[in-house]
Design a protein around this ligand. Structure first.
Ligand code: ASP
Length: 340
């Protein structure tokens, strides 16, 4: 009887095809990593907030340093909107994990899971962690039309205007919202939250007097405070800042809000599934950028502290974000705030 071995032949053909594919894919992944970054293909840094704000400032300064350290064309793209920059973060996760679409994001990565219900991704597992960038203090600032000039006068004004005070922020799960929420809790006054797509448009309205107060990173407030476009009431670190523009600004802690402290950290992310060699190349480029004298000076002049510890390593970055998720979860639960 003639043995029909067509199944066996098909099996062999499949094995052959699979092997060809595996070798081909292996080679192309290796080749992609070997030629990364391709000088003709720009690397896009997604900023999940409006242009001209503090996250944008960090990303634009970093893009210049990365351009030098990676020998690549690095562009910044603003994809603002959603709680905590959800729109930009979701866009990153829809991109090809080839190292050409990355994201600069801040502390929202540590507060997303507790503030945003039905979060469409998992912060812990859906991103590639590429290293942390900096720590940035915040300042409590007010519209120039406010009658108060000191923190004491501000508290008196707040007491006299309860129920009529607008506190601007970049939306739920934003750094400004987190700081404002902690400050309201510390002085035990509820204010109306006015969300924007980033603190750059909020700053325009604050300067124009459409909103009363905001807590925002020094990477955007320093020049406005220096130019007397807004009133500054306190800084959110336990120690005063050692930069000319803000060295005389008292800490909220010394002004009576004992222990008040908020620092906003930024990190670099990619979508899950990037080749290991590409991650290593980006991380090496980031580490070199973090030592770039021009980047350091620009950031330090704005009160930011560029990461010089092991958190610039992807594994430590990931561990740090996990520790922040654990740290903020009880605070946010106690404040009973969330976004859908
Ligand atoms: N500072 C903003 C925030 O509150 C974000 C931004 O506009 O960069 O999260």
């Amino acid at each position: 009887m003639k043995k029909d071995n067509s199944f066996a032949r098909m099996g062999l053909a499949w094995v052959g095809l699979a092997l060809t594919l595996a070798v081909g894919l292996g080679l192309s992944a290796g080749a992609a990593a070997a030629e990364y970054p391709n000088k003709d293909k720009p690397i896009t840094l997604i900023v999940p907030f409006a242009a001209g704000g503090p996250t944008d400032r960090v990303a634009r300064d970093l893009s210049e340093a990365l351009r030098k350290s990676m020998g690549a064309n690095v562009l910044v793209e603003n994809d603002a909107g959603g709680p905590g920059g959800l729109i930009g973060a979701s866009k990153l996760l829809r991109s090809t994990p080839d190292g050409y679409t990355l994201m600069v994001h801040h502390i929202a990565m540590g507060i997303f899971p507790s503030l945003v219900r039905n979060l469409p991704f998992k912060v812990e597992t859906d991103f590639e962690y590429l290293g942390m960038i900096n720590d940035v203090p915040m300042t409590l600032i007010g519209k120039p039309q406010l009658p108060a000039n000191t923190y004491k006068e501000l508290l008196a004004w707040v007491a006299a205007n309860k129920g009529h005070i607008n506190l601007a922020n970049a939306g739920l799960a934003s750094a400004s919202q987190l700081c404002g929420m902690l400050w309201q809790a510390s002085i035990q006054v509820d204010m109306t939250s006015v969300p924007y797509k980033g603190t750059a448009p909020a700053m325009t309205d604050l300067i124009g007097g459409q909103v009363d107060l905001m807590c925002d990173q020094t990477t955007s407030t320093t020049s406005q405070i220096e130019g007397k476009k807004v009133k500054a009431f306190g800084v959110t670190t336990l120690k005063r800042l050692n930069i000319p523009a803000l060295k005389d600004l008292a800490t909220l802690d010394e002004l009576g809000d004992k222990g008040f402290q908020v620092t906003i950290w930024h990190g670099l992310y990619g979508p899950k599934g990037m080749p290991a060699d590409v991650i290593a190349k980006i991380n090496a480029g980031l580490k070199a950028a973090l030592k770039d004298p021009e980047f350091l000076k620009k950031q330090e002049d704005l009160g930011a502290v560029v990461i010089s510890d092991k958190r610039s390593d992807p594994a430590e970055h990931k561990k740090f974000v996990a520790s922040e998720i654990a740290r903020w979860s009880p605070v946010i639960k106690a404040a009973n705030v969330y976004a859908d």
